[in-house]
Design a protein around this ligand. Structure first.
Ligand SMILES: [Zn+2]
Length: 368
């Protein structure tokens, strides 16, 4: 099976998300744990980030499988000592392909991925590396994690970039976006100071959360380290977050490190039911075109209502695009008119397949 066609997260599994120290995040589902940028070793950070202002959250070894994701190799995001200690025997560290040799040299079982290529981990979790930009040009990615039927974004310590829109287009929405917010002004030897933030600022993180269609912004990467004059975080980070979130209409969740962000039950909202109904409708429409259309119809799923045959999209992005175009064409309605037929119901909603007129080369016009 091609990695780009890896199966999606299993629907119906509760998901527990816990914030660890700094950028660290823990996602547990179905008896397996996934750590992202887990940090439990402060010593290597002292010269630049300084000492932590409160102790780092202890990361324990637990029964069951533990895998890890790393956004980049800076020591506040890549803690090989901790990973060697807490990963299970079958646990793997997944990272962007270019940094694989560095992780392997640290003695970790490592697997490299390419951007945009989803990868199934264990049972019911899917991860995808997506673009990010590091302040000093090192290799860095963000991660999209689909666990159960939930979707989470983790932004490492990226600065502002132009891929938010592409990520939102691909993944549509997130239950939560973990984004760095300290907007730190950093000074390192051999790097002439720019005076510009080396991570997202609170304002930028709120905008990013809005662009990503995140239900909740959970700020990370702030507060615990501040080491003037070489590592200076933005003043009043939480105040700026609250102001920007109120202005942009973004839901903000300021949770202390070590706390469980939330435990998400399988999705049972009306929106979910509506999606199911739309899928049923799409299937019904495609089936109807397939049975009623010309015999040499190339692909019922991508047929056009005006009868011009569309080529079958083989690439995943094209399939998504074709699906969206199909959505835009669907003439479903929430209430029936004469001649409509009921195609699905749930959560008090009903969707009706209306009377449709379709043109094809062989059959100039017909009605269902
Ligand atoms: Zn960092």
């Amino acid at each position: 099976m091609d990695r780009c066609d890896a199966p999606r997260g299993r629907v119906g599994t509760p998901v527990r998300i816990r914030r660890l120290s700094w950028a660290g995040t823990e996602i547990t589902t179905g008896g397996q744990r996934l750590l992202i940028d887990a940090l439990n070793t402060a010593a290597p950070l002292g010269g630049f980030l300084g000492l932590p202002r409160w102790p780092l959250v202890e990361i324990e070894e637990i029964p069951g499988r533990t895998d890890a994701l790393v956004t980049h190799i800076h020591p506040d995001h890549f803690d090989p000592d901790t990973l060697r200690r807490v990963l299970s025997d079958d646990g793997v560290v997944h990272c962007h392909q270019p940094i694989v040799p560095i992780l392997r040299a640290a003695g970790l079982l490592t697997h490299g991925v390419e951007l945009w290529c989803p990868l199934a981990i264990g049972d019911g979790t899917e991860v995808t590396a997506v673009p990010a930009v590091d302040w000093r040009g090192d290799d860095q990615v963000s991660w999209v994690v689909r666990a159960g039927d939930r979707q989470v974004f983790h932004g490492g310590d990226t600065i502002w970039h132009g891929s938010w829109w592409a990520i939102a287009k691909r993944f549509r929405r997130f239950d939560c976006a973990f984004l760095p917010v300290n907007g730190v002004i950093a000074v390192l030897p051999n790097f002439a100071p720019s005076g510009l933030p080396a991570t997202l600022t609170p304002h930028q993180a709120v905008i990013a959360a809005r662009l990503l269609h995140a239900d909740t912004l959970c700020p990370i990467h702030y507060g615990q380290f501040n080491n003037p004059p070489v590592y200076v975080e933005q003043p009043n980070v939480e105040g700026e977050l609250r102001t920007a979130a109120a202005r942009e209409g973004v839901h903000l969740s300021l949770i202390p490190d070590g706390a469980t962000f939330l435990t998400l039950s399988p999705r049972k909202s009306k929106i979910s039911c509506r999606r199911v109904l739309l899928l049923r409708l799409r299937t019904a429409m495609a089936s109807r075109r397939h049975h009623d259309g010309p015999a040499d119809h190339p692909c019922p799923g991508t047929a056009r209502l005006d009868g011009r045959a569309a080529s079958r999209p083989h690439h995943r992005h094209d399939r998504v695009r074709a699906g969206r175009q199909a959505d835009a064409r669907l003439p479903y309605r929430a209430g029936p008119s004469r001649g409509d037929s009921l195609i699905g119901a749930g959560c008090g909603q009903r969707l009706w397949l209306p009377l449709v007129r379709v043109r094809t080369p062989n059959q100039p016009q017909y009605t269902r």
